[in-house]
Ligand binder design. Structure first.
Ligand code: HXC
Length: 510
């Protein structure tokens, strides 16, 4: 008996050693933690239960039968984050570069299947040289099996990807199908074809970092939802995000203890909107001032900053926030902002997270760049996403909301439940100057007349009351009481039940 216990301990020690001391040191020298160290930081202390520690590959080509490391380059299992269950896989770059073999893929599939069966999220830590070259098509098949599970799990359990090393070729498509992708600055990259192939095919000379580093994917491509300074920060922030999310699509997000009066008055909001309509203000100030304890987990903050998305809590309950940002492009909607917000709205709806929308939008960004880029289809994504969302929807107009953008931004017409406006709000087809220039074209040479027309238009339409008279605004509220009004609105909607007509699935304009 003693011998067998010792053998088990010996095997465990060997498996935990991964690719050995030299490779672990090389990993640390790159500023990266090992697969197991990452899991330790991600999960509650002592909560990790490992699966398949002794799984080894079955490849016999290229002398591979002589090198069969226990675990096969990926650590898998489940544990808890602040007491709630999560399934995890963490690729071990110290073992054959974390490359994906048939058995490596099967280990990932096993925990994904268990996550689905038990209704718990999956967090994947990616650090891999891609398909195990010695295994050929068996490796591609393994990826395919993972992809299919990503698709089936989408909208059923939250899936989060952390990119903490290389992630290249078709391997990128597994993270791409998960709900959130986070990267680590300077030590992770993602691309479909690497710099060498790019040079051969297009003659472009580009580094791995330029092509697919964290900065590229958080600022240019929007593939990644955020980037962190190092592994430790990334893992801590994922724990923070996890706390906002439900375990699956049949459960509500957790209610956290809160120490912030829901009726808290925030007098500074009464002067947030400047007197000059052309002067911007920071919409993030409003978000943090109404959130429980000012806690806001922002997603995609470096991309399409003219719209803000992220999670807050009100009375301890998760709320997804979408808000125009007047500080960037005057808060207009464009292709990037529409895509960014649409995906977020759909995530919230899929996981029963109520949506709070703050609106200050001059309209859609004009220009050939936008039209040729398909702003019609992309703008329609956000419209579609809001219209199909059946979760509680509360909207607050802070300032202007014009034209199509008014309808798109969670208006009453898209079945928003509570539509509030600040007294500074104005709902119109367009701004007064633009309207007058169209209506009184013949008077354009007479500045005084035009000024009087503009004033007249402003007096009539530059307020929330025309829309309120029609019932499109439920109530004009004081800015300082926004937190109380919004918190009460969501409280009133806790029992909301709404459904779309039966269909196999919709056909959102992709
Ligand atoms: C087998 C691999 C491997 C792979 C790395 N290794 N990638 N083994 N299959 N794909 C091994 C190396 O042999 C080495 O083993 C160890 O991992 C570390 O690799 P290094 O090259 O020493 O590390 P580094 O210098 O940091 O470079 C990392 C790297 C490079 C940039 C990822 O290893 C690389 O270019 N690898 C090949 C990448 C690739 O072409 N993959 C296939 C992509 S196609 P030792 O024993 O020396 O430690 C693909 C398709 C997926 O993935 C399709 C899905 C549908």
């Amino acid at each position: 008996m003693k011998d067998i216990l010792e053998e088990l301990e010996g095997r465990r020690t060997a498996a935990r050693a991964g690719g050995g001391e030299r490779r672990v040191q090389a990993q640390h020298a790159k500023g990266k933690l090992t697969a197991r160290e990452r899991i330790e930081l991600l999960l509650d202390e002592g909560s990790f239960e490992e699966f398949d520690m002794f799984v080894a590959h079955r490849c016999t080509d290229f002398g591979m039968e002589k090198d069969r490391p226990a675990g096969d380059g990926v650590v898998t299992g489940w544990g808890t984050i602040n007491g709630r269950q999560v399934y995890v896989f963490s690729q071990d770059f110290t073992v054959m570069g974390g490359s994906v073999s048939e058995t490596h893929g099967a280990k990932i599939c096993k925990i994904m299947d268990m996550a689905m069966q038990n209704g718990a999220p999956v967090i994947g830590i990616n650090d891999s040289g891609g398909a195990r070259i010695q295994e050929g098509v068996a490796s591609l098949a393994a990826y395919g099996e993972v992809f299919q599970r990503n698709i089936e799990a989408s909208g059923v359990v939250p899936q989060i990807s952390l990119i903490m090393g290389p992630c290249a070729g078709g391997a990128v498509y597994s993270p791409a199908m998960t709900d959130f992708i986070f990267m680590v600055k300077d030590s992770s990259y993602m691309f479909v074809t690497g710099p060498d192939v790019v040079k051969t095919v297009t003659n472009e000379v580009v580094t791995a970092e330029e092509l697919g580093g964290a900065s590229t994917h958080t600022r240019k491509s929007s593939v990644a939802d955020g980037a962190f300074e190092n592994d430790v920060e990334a893992l801590a922030e994922i724990r923070r995000l996890f706390d906002f999310l439900p375990l699956n699509n049949r459960q509500k997000a957790p209610v956290r203890p809160f120490f912030d009066d829901p009726a808290r008055i925030e007098s500074s909001l009464d002067t947030l909107v400047p007197d000059n309509p052309n002067q911007p203000y920071d919409m993030k100030e409003l978000i943090t001032k109404i959130a429980d304890e000012g806690d806001f987990f922002e997603v995609q903050k470096d991309y399409a900053a003219n719209i803000i998305i992220g999670f807050i809590r009100l009375e301890g309950q998760t709320v997804g926030v979408v808000a125009n940002q007047p500080m960037v492009l005057a808060g207009c909607l464009d292709i990037d902002a529409s895509r960014k917000a649409a995906r977020f709205v759909r995530f919230c709806d899929a996981f029963e997270i109520p949506i709070l929308t703050f609106v200050d939008v001059p309209g859609f960004l004009p220009g050939t760049g936008q039209e040729y880029g398909g702003v019609i289809k992309h703008g329609a994504k956000l419209l579609f996403a809001y219209g199909e969302a059946t979760v509680p929807k509360v909207t607050v107009l802070t300032r202007k909301t014009y034209g199509g953008a008014y309808v798109v931004m969670a208006s009453k017409h898209l079945k928003a439940d509570f539509n509030y406006a600040w007294p500074t709000a104005e709902v119109a087809v367009m701004g007064a100057k633009g309207a007058v220039e169209i209506l009184y074209r013949s008077e354009l040479g007479e500045p005084e007349k035009i000024a009087a027309r503009v004033k007249d238009y402003e007096d009539r339409f530059a307020n929330p009351f025309v829309a309120a008279e029609k019932g499109f605004i439920d109530e004009v509220i004081m800015p300082h009481s926004t937190r109380r009004r919004v918190a009460r609105a969501f409280a009133a909607l806790r029992g909301k039940k709404a459904a779309m007509p039966w269909k196999k699935h919709d056909n959102i304009p992709l």
